[in-house]
Design a protein around this ligand. Structure first.
Ligand code: SF4
Length: 621
């Protein structure tokens, strides 16, 4: 018997305001852990792949992880999954903060079905929950929505909500929680908007999570917390956040000017060091976090004046800075804040604008199309364009669909400037220096993603789990071999590991920076899970859960039409650079992909075989 109160899922039908509470028992915990592991089951059960993503029959599954809200460090994460309006395949975003830790004391997750006929928010206090009228919140930015709900119900409520972009069903829309944290990527905010759901507010003052062995759970969690605090990356993250763009630049990891330049001399102007010296107010860590990468900043005057704003992360800094050539760090901070309060994903917005800049430079989009001149690095014009995307107005209507769909509308050869895989713009790490990352991007279930695998970390020396997983040791950059099939296994294994981390509801930093300092972190995690649940997982069984979740997502995608033809890199990521250490490196993945399919037990077309699905116990879908 599982001691901890785990697996309680609230299912709400927004159309008729009815609900059920389901309980996932030990068997499901052993098979899926939690988080996206539960969510993908709902999406497959409901056959949401048969429906338009913005149709009311799409299901929004918000799930905490198995460790969320416990005493384990960085365990404040949750996931939101649905068929994506941006990519039209499996969509998923993750976020930290405090919202999920609060929710986890009451429910493991909430599944929203159908659509309310008027704007609503869900209020949860202990075991009581109620859909409430949100007409006075409709139209408010995310910061104002949270402020309003906190002043109405009390500061103890933790809130996740959408902004005006989610309400307008912008396919790039995200969900924001705790002011500064985003469920970015793949448009989960648009799904909330399509269901007329503005916010979820939750408070639990009494209940705490039950443990199988609370003393030992706390003991090991405290030890890990202290060790993580001492990791080499922790001090950097505490001081500069994730914006280590100057360091990544030295690794040839940063894409510039829509992936066409190897270096950019303005990078030091937009670094975390500059932000820390001039604008830093305080650290804003998530629940129980020793790394503290989150921060609050302020710009006191000028056109980009902002207050109580989140410091831009590395991805955002690169997407608006390096990709659009904005060297004004205040403009980047402002764009980050604009995206957060309107509720859109910063990576996809920055990269879609970079795509538009490329189109403009090559005469494919004109001043007449856009409404104003659009030059690389013109911060004022780029802010204007970002607003149009958030508001879904003018050219923003087309660009708010994301670069892939925008290119289909714009035509005229604009597809040569694309940077997406399966409709999701690649994040800010360059596979032309870390070749196996190309395979990770091409096969990632939600489209190009650096967060559903660890290639950029593991081959840059930022992980300590390589021995436990028997990962290949990478050579120095100049000696690396492109398309080496030996990396296929590593990519598949670390994708499986990422599924485990996300299903546990813990921050990726624990597995990168944390595993650098704690020997045998993965093995220690097995003890942690035993002290929580009483279930004795092994490294093999844990990794098989990751494999199971990954395969379920792939299965979902194949039902959306995904096959080998989609496991490819986009034109801009394959463009050979003219200078630098990565000069003339064209990333090909054909040999790796062949080996990857074999290792995964998929057929030549990238479809999981029934033998593999039977082996994983998921052949019923
Ligand atoms: S490292 Fe950053 S994102 Fe991760 S839990 Fe800590 S503050 Fe949150």
């Amino acid at each position: 018997m599982v001691k901890a109160d785990i697996g309680k899922i609230l299912e709400i039908d927004l159309e008729n305001d009815s609900h059920t509470v389901n309980k996932y028992g030990r068997e499901n915990i052993e098979k899926f852990l939690g988080g996206p592991g539960y969510a993908i089951n709902y999406l497959l059960d409901e056959k949401t792949y048969n429906h338009d993503p913005l149709d009311k029959r799409n299901v929004l599954a918000l799930m905490t992880g198995l460790l969320t809200g416990t005493a384990y460090p960085c365990s404040g994460f949750y996931s939101v999954s649905a068929r994506s309006p941006q990519t039209e395949i499996y969509g998923e975003g993750l976020s930290g903060g405090f919202f999920a830790a609060e929710l986890r004391k009451i429910f493991n997750g909430i599944v929203f079905k159908n659509k309310s006929d008027s704007p609503k928010y869900l209020l949860i206090e202990e075991e009581h929950f109620e859909l409430k009228d949100a007409s006075n919140l409709w139209g408010l930015t995310t910061d104002k929505t949270i402020k309003e709900l906190n002043s109405k119900h009390g500061k103890d409520y933790k809130i996740a909500c959408i902004g005006p972009s989610g309400e307008k069903q912008v396919p790039l829309a995200c969900i924001m929680n705790d002011h500064h944290r985003a469920v970015g990527r793949t448009g989960m905010g648009a799904i909330m908007g399509s269901k007329n759901l503005k916010a979820i507010a939750v408070k639990s003052s009494k209940k705490k999570i039950e443990y199988h062995d609370e003393d030992n759970f706390h003991k090991i969690s405290q030890l890990l917390f202290k060790s993580f605090q001492k990791s080499p990356m922790a001090e950097i993250l505490r001081t500069y956040g994730t914006n280590n763009i100057t360091y990544f630049e030295r690794l040839y990891d940063v894409p510039h000017k829509n992936w066409t330049l190897h270096k950019w001399r303005e990078v030091p102007k937009i670094s975390g060091e500059v932000v820390f010296e001039k604008y830093h107010i305080r650290n804003k860590p998530c629940y129980l976090c020793p790394f503290m990468c989150g921060r609050e900043i302020e710009i006191k005057e000028g056109p980009y004046k902002i207050e109580n704003a989140a410091g831009a992360e590395y991805e955002t800094t690169a997407a608006f800075g390096a990709m659009c050539l904005i060297s004004d760090v205040e403009a980047i901070a402002y764009l980050n804040d604009l995206c957060n309060i309107m509720g859109v994903d910063t990576i996809s917005t920055g990269c879609t604008i970079s795509f538009a800049l490329d189109c403009y430079e090559h005469g494919i989009l004109t001043e007449e199309d856009i409404g104003f001149p659009l030059e690389w690095g013109d911060a004022e014009a780029i802010v204007k364009l970002a607003r149009l995307i958030c508001e879904r107005e003018g050219i923003g209507k087309t660009l708010s669909l994301g670069s892939r769909k925008a290119s289909e509308i714009i035509g005229k050869g604009s597809e040569q400037f694309l940077t997406d895989v399966k409709g999701l713009e690649a994040p800010m790490h360059d596979p032309r220096g870390i070749f196996p990352l190309g395979l990770q991007y091409a096969t990632s279930n939600r489209g190009a993603c650096h967060g559903r695998g660890y290639a950029n970390d593991q081959y840059s020396g930022f992980t300590g789990f390589n021995d436990s997983l028997k990962i290949t040791k990478e050579k120095p950059m100049r000696e690396r071999t492109i398309d080496d099939p030996k990396f296929a296994k590593d990519i598949a294994l670390t994708q499986n590991l990422a599924e485990v981390v996300n299903a546990l509801g813990i921050c990726k930093q624990t597995m990168t920076s944390g595993s650098q300092i704690v020997d045998g972190l993965l093995e220690k995690l097995l003890d942690v899970l035993y002290y929580l649940t009483g279930i004795k997982f092994t490294l093999k069984s844990l990794m098989q859960i990751g494999e199971r979740i990954f395969n379920l997502k792939r299965l979902y995608n194949t039902k959306c039409g995904i096959t080998r033809k989609d496991d490819v890199l986009p034109p801009r990521l394959k463009l050979p650079l003219e200078k630098g250490l990565t000069k003339n490196k064209v990333v090909t993945i054909d040999l790796m992909l062949e080996e990857y399919y074999k290792f995964r037990g998929w057929d030549d077309n990238g479809i999981p075989t029934s033998k593999k699905l039977t082996e994983l116990g998921i052949n019923h879908f």
